[in-house]
Design a protein around this ligand. Sequence first.
Ligand SMILES: Cc1cc2nc3c(=O)[nH]c(=O)nc-3n(C[C@H](O)[C@H](O)[C@H](O)COP(=O)(O)O)c2cc1C
Length: 196
Amino acid sequence: MGRLPENGVAYETIVITENRHTNATALSATRKGEHILLRSFKGSNTFENLRKTEKFSVNYISSENKEAFIKAAVKGWGDEEREFSDEEISKRYGFPVLKIASGVAICTVEDRELERVEDEIGETEVLKVRGRIVLWEGGAENAIKVGEDRNIMALVAYTRYLISEGEVRGKYRKRAMELADDRDVVGKWVIRNLQP
Ligand SMILES: Cc1cc2nc3c(=O)[nH]c(=O)nc-3n(C[C@H](O)[C@H](O)[C@H](O)COP(=O)(O)O)c2cc1C
C-alpha cells in the first residue's frame, strides 16, 4: 500500500459523488486521522449530492495527470453533463473512482454541517462534510497540495471568475492571468479560455 495523504494537509483532489449521475469535481480535501474533510459550496452538484448521499470517493492526482482538473472543475457545473466517461472510471467497493488517480479513498459520510459564509462573491452556504475512510488504495506521494501549483491556483481563480460578476469577476480574471503560465498544460488552458 502506498502512502496516505499527509495528516492535516489540504490536497487538490477530484471528488466523485453519485446521485442521478456520477459527478466528478475538483475539491480540496484534508485527511484528519481516519477521516477526510471537505467543504463544498452551494450551487454545485457536489453540494447537492453530499447533502443526500452517504458515499464519496477522493481521487488523488499526481502532477503528470493534472489536466484532469480542467474537466473536473469546469465541465458539468451544476448540470447533468458527465465529466468523465465510463472508460475513465473503475469501481472500488462498488463505488466509482478515476483510473488515473494515484491514490483513492472511499469514504462514508459521518457528519454534515451547513454554514453561512460571506466572501468576495457574496453571501452563500458551504456544506462541511466529514467522511470516514473505509478503503484506501494506492499512494498520495505525488499528489498536489493546496497552494503548491500556481497553475492549479489559476484554475481555482478561473472557477471563481465563472460564478462572479462585475468588479469581483475582473479581479478573479486578473488573478487567474497572473498565476497562469503558458508553458503548463493547465495554465495554457486558463489563458486561452480567458481571451476576450
Ligand atoms: C483545484 C480546485 C479546487 C477546488 N476546491 C473547491 C472546494 O474545496 N470547494 C468547492 O466548493 N469548490 C471547489 N472548487 C470549484 C469546483 O470544482 C467547481 O465549482 C465545480 O465546477 C463544481 O462542479 P459540480 O457542479 O460538478 O459539483 C475547486 C476548483 C479547483 C480548480
